[in-house]
Design a protein around this ligand. Structure first.
Ligand code: ZN
Length: 272
């Protein structure tokens, strides 16, 4: 499942490739994934030029010159693939966007994703993206800001980081190593953390996510040009490594249940 490093890479590639191109047609084959009828969707975006692409947490926002915005959520995963020529499109897709010069991109959702069309003045109040917090790649996401965010919260630390209204872009995949590096048990209460714990957690988020970004992001996700990333399951420290030795103390890594998700931890390094 795509998390911040993968989404960040995809939105950057889309921005670099698509800005300045004018949409000639949109084919939307899965009505369930959108908020307007496919015919209306196509009418509202055809003839518009892409002016910017950016991410808000795990959502990718494509801004158009006519004040429309295309909001994309990959859901459980999706292939978003650029093509130079329409004859090279993959066999299966639910969305196809074609530009006036003949290139374009397709989207194939692995499960259900979302593709919404939102006018500029409705963007701030759009229910799916309203309230999504800043992500750790944002340069304004400073330690002071994170510290202020944490203070006064009573949830468990994993639930706190999973909540996209606190910090956006982190899901279950990178979480294990983030908490391990910070030496925090996922069920520790945020209110019990001292400033040192919070600093380790802040640094750990940056280190783990940047490490994946530096390696080209997760190997099972394709980028806009169909390339796989270089961050493999071997790169995880404790994530998905049940029974393997902890890289710090050698104790066997265990999987525990935390709410609806599993967590991989070292029971020695991450005491409850
Ligand atoms: Zn350990």
């Amino acid at each position: 499942m795509a998390e911040l490093p993968e989404i960040h890479r995809l939105s950057r590639q889309m921005r670099e490739t698509l800005c300045g191109r004018t949409i000639s047609s949109v084919e939307l084959l899965q009505e369930k994934c959108t908020n307007v009828q496919p015919v209306e969707f196509a009418q509202r975006v055809s003839g518009a030029e892409i002016t910017d692409v950016w991410n808000k947490g795990k959502w990718i926002v494509t801004e158009l010159s006519n004040d429309e915005n295309i909001l994309l959520s990959l859901g459980m995963g999706a292939d978003v693939l650029f093509f130079e020529d329409e004859k090279d499109t993959p066999e299966k897709y639910q969305v196809k966007v074609v530009f006036e010069d003949g290139c374009g991109y397709t989207i194939r959702f692995w499960w259900f994703g979302k593709l919404l069309l939102v006018k500029g003045d409705e963007l701030a109040s759009e229910p799916n993206t309203k309230g999504i917090a800043m992500d750790p790649f944002d340069e304004r996401f400073t330690f002071e800001r994170f510290l202020a965010l944490v203070k006064g919260k009573k949830t468990q630390v994993k639930a706190f980081l999973m909540d996209q209204k606190n910090v956006s872009g982190i899901g279950n995949m990178y979480m294990h190593d983030i908490l391990f590096k910070a030496r925090l048990h996922p069920q520790r209460k945020v209110s019990e953390l001292d400033d040192g714990d919070i600093k380790r957690l802040y640094d750990s988020m940056g280190e783990v996510l940047n490490h994946s970004r530096d390696k080209g992001t997760f190997a099972y996700e394709k980028d806009f040009f169909g390339q796989s990333g270089g961050f493999t399951t071997d790169d995880f420290l404790v994530g998905y490594k049940e029974g393997k030795p902890c890289p710090v103390c050698g104790e066997a890594i265990v999987s525990i249940k935390t709410g609806s998700t599993a967590s991989y931890i070292c029971p020695v390094c991450q005491e409850r």
